[in-house]
Design a protein around this ligand. Sequence first.
Ligand SMILES: [Zn+2]
Length: 114
Amino acid sequence: MSDYNWCHNPSCHEIETQSRVRGSGDNKVLRTVKIKVGRYGSYQPNIWNYFCNQRCLMEFLNKFGQQIADTYSVKQPSETPIKVEKTKEQFDRYNFRTDRSEPYMATRTTISLK
Ligand SMILES: [Zn+2]
């Protein structure tokens, strides 16, 4: 894999920013942003290896979203087995009239994966 990618937004080079200006004199251009792979460190979401920023990602999705949905289409819902646990627990809340903390009972719902 290359250490760099060009931003995948086909309109990246039309966005007017100083950082995209290349060339000299009367031969200046706006150029697609070159992205260093892993530029935000090892925990960086992979998507930022392909888009220079949120705007370029959204412009790409607006242009190709239908094709992406067609390619990775979802024909039925998926399900994840879970365990739902309801427990009665005592909590405290502040009463401004009495200037005191008062206990009350409430139901805590906990969802965990099976
Ligand atoms: Zn871009």
